[in-house]
Design a protein around this ligand. Structure first.
Ligand SMILES: C[S@@+](CC[C@H](N)C(=O)[O-])C[C@H]1O[C@@H](n2cnc3c(N)ncnc32)[C@H](O)[C@@H]1O
Length: 212
């Protein structure tokens, strides 16, 4: 198990420092494979084309970015996360996989890329880790780094709960709280996205939101 390192950037988001090495296993066991299947569906819906430039925000251990790289082929794939421990695991996984991905410690509220850099920005199970003011800042940053016409595709709990117990209940299949799509749609529109669409998943506890 890794200790919290001192070079983690300051954020009000809920950053996962410990258990980075156990994250993938815990996720598989707790979600019975639903998260994996839902991430695969996210990639299908986001449809990264070969050669596109993609950023995964709150990439954690890099599972989504690595899967996208396989599909995006020659395209550049980047992943950022606030947790140095998660980024370390992501780097090790991509090295083992032989996939050339730029993983770096960085915050969604200060994305370290120039304007109009990406065709696609993705996020899986990250938005519920951010308080509302950080979601708003993050959406502005995502809009800024997307090229005109670029798309944002996120997956998260269908009902946003504000407590760790609420998140655990959602993972276990007992979603409670406010609709994620209902809550995030006006925030995304305020950030400059004009076309925002909620898409249900095959699992009632997760939902997709797509914005352009
Ligand atoms: C539940 S994990 C999801 C990880 C990964 N996307 C996945 O699907 O497995 C949420 C991630 O958000 C990260 N996070 C929290 N606040 C953040 C911020 N302000 N900027 C970037 N990442 C953040 C956490 O460190 C954590 O790795």
């Amino acid at each position: 198990m890794h200790e919290k390192t001192t070079d983690a950037p300051k954020t009000t988001g809920r950053v996962l420092h410990s258990h980075a090495r156990w994250y993938d296993l815990l996720e598989r066991v707790i979600s019975h494979g639903w998260v994996k299947a839902t991430r695969e569906k996210l990639i299908e819906l986001a449809a990264p084309a070969p050669g596109e430039k993609v950023l995964d925000v709150g990439c954690g251990t890099g599972t989504l970015a690595i899967a996208i790289k396989r599909q995006a082929g020659a395209g550049e794939v980047h992943g950022i996360d606030a947790s140095p421990e998660m980024i370390q695991v992501a780097k090790e996984k991509s090295a083992k996989d032989g996939s050339d991905i730029d993983f770096r410690v960085a915050l969604i509220e200060a994305i370290p890329f120039p304007d109009a850099s990406f065709d696609l920005v993705t996020s899986s199970l990250t938005l519920h880790h951010l308080p509302d003011d950080l979601k708003e800042k993050g959406f502005l940053e995502i809009r800024r780094v997307l090229k005109p016409g670029g798309r944002f595709m996120a997956m998260d709990f269908a009902a946003l709960s504000h407590s760790p117990l609420g998140h655990l209940l959602s993972i276990l299949g007992h979603s409670r709280g406010e609709s994620m799509v209902g809550r995030l749609t006006p925030m995304l529109k305020d950030a400059g996205f004009s076309d925002v669409e909620g898409i249900p998943t095959r699992h009632k506890n997760f939902a997709f939101i797509r914005a352009r």
